[in-house]
Design a protein around this ligand. Structure first.
Ligand SMILES: NC(=O)C1=CN([C@@H]2O[C@H](COP(=O)(O)OP(=O)(O)OC[C@H]3O[C@@H](n4cnc5c(N)ncnc54)[C@H](O)[C@@H]3O)[C@@H](O)[C@H]2O)C=CC1
Ligand SMILES: O=C(O)[C@@H]1CCC=N1
Length: 268
């Protein structure tokens, strides 16, 4: 199998590192190309054993999958590179937020099978939760799902659900990291120094993540197990509700989903 990544940034590298670490592909089956970050992709070549090329003829020759992993705004340039050399057998898989299948088809001027996936950077530790949607003519769906399951779990969705999945899990871990950042900053306001605040937050997050992984209890029960009547946790949770935690999170997710919709309209 030959898998070619156009773009070798944060998302692409999380995917191919996840795939290689899980041994569903050999490094020599992966081809990388980029526009910037040439030092970084040489690092991948030297340390992982993947191929690097800037020659589109070589890249697209007999390719099974082309992964579109540039920013949506760079896609017209990427499409120009791919268009002349794309073979009929090649399946296109896009990770770009907001770029619709019909836009990809139009820019590449192709009837080839196209899938859109929305992973997240947890792919690097095989824990992405990824949305996937296919064009009608996509063959071997199971093969693509199998490849994707090497870096996490997948949910098959209709294309119009992609905006919500992009917000929920594509962007979602950034929202959680931001909350952890702010948690550490608040610990510093409480009196801990920076090192202590980061140490405490990091270990709190790791422990909570492990509890979520290992325990069968729902989030609400895990929370209740910590909350004594009239105790400290209850006081903190009342403050969180008073500040409108639910409203804040709903606004966050709506903003991200709306931006995905805007991106999809930019290219109509
Ligand atoms: N970072 C994330 O957590 C996620 C990102 N995505 C999507 O993944 C895509 C990439 O995002 P990042 O990896 O974060 O961006 P990035 O900026 O880290 O990487 C972009 C890559 O595209 C390459 N590129 C740009 N123009 C090119 C061209 N003409 N030919 C070949 N390569 C070209 C750049 O050289 C770079 O390697 C975006 O479309 C984004 O919507 C989707 C899910 C999560
Ligand atoms: O911020 C973005 O647009 C991309 C899509 C999902 C995560 N990162």
């Amino acid at each position: 199998m030959k898998i070619v990544f156009y773009g070798a940034g944060n998302m692409a590298s999380a995917i191919f590192i996840g795939m290689i670490e899980n041994r569903v592909v050999e490094p020599e089956q992966i081809y990388l190309t980029s526009r910037s970050q040439q030092e970084k992709i040489m690092f991948f070549k030297e340390n992982l054993g993947v191929n690097v090329s800037y020659d589109d003829t070589e890249l697209l020759d007999d390719a099974d999958y082309v992964i579109l992993a540039s920013k949506p705004q760079s896609f017209p340039d990427v499409a120009k590179r791919i268009r002349p050399y794309l073979e009929e057998k090649t399946k296109i898989v896009s990770v770009m937020a907001g770029t619709q299948i019909k836009t990809i088809r139009r820019e590449l001027r192709t009837e080839n099978p196209i899938a859109r996936i929305m992973p997240n950077t947890n792919a690097m530790v095989q824990h992405s939760v990824s949305g996937i949607t296919y064009s009608r003519n996509f063959p071997d769906k199971d093969q693509l799902v199998e490849l994707m399951e090497s870096f996490g779990t997948t949910v098959v969705i209709e294309e119009d659900v992609m905006h919500n999945i992009t917000a929920a899990t594509g962007s979602g871990s950034a929202f959680l990291y931001y909350i952890y950042e702010k948690y550490a900053e608040s610990l510093m306001e409480l009196g801990f120094d920076e090192e202590e605040a980061l140490f405490l937050t990091r270990n709190l997050v790791i422990g909570a993540g492990k509890m979520v992984e290992d325990s069968e209890l729902p989030f609400s029960q895990l929370r209740k197990n910590i909350t004594s009547k009239n105790g400290t946790t209850e006081a903190g949770l009342d403050a969180l509700d008073g500040e409108g935690i639910k409203r804040i999170l709903t606004a966050t997710l709506n903003a991200a989903a709306n931006r995905s919709e805007e991106l999809s309209k930019d290219d109509e």
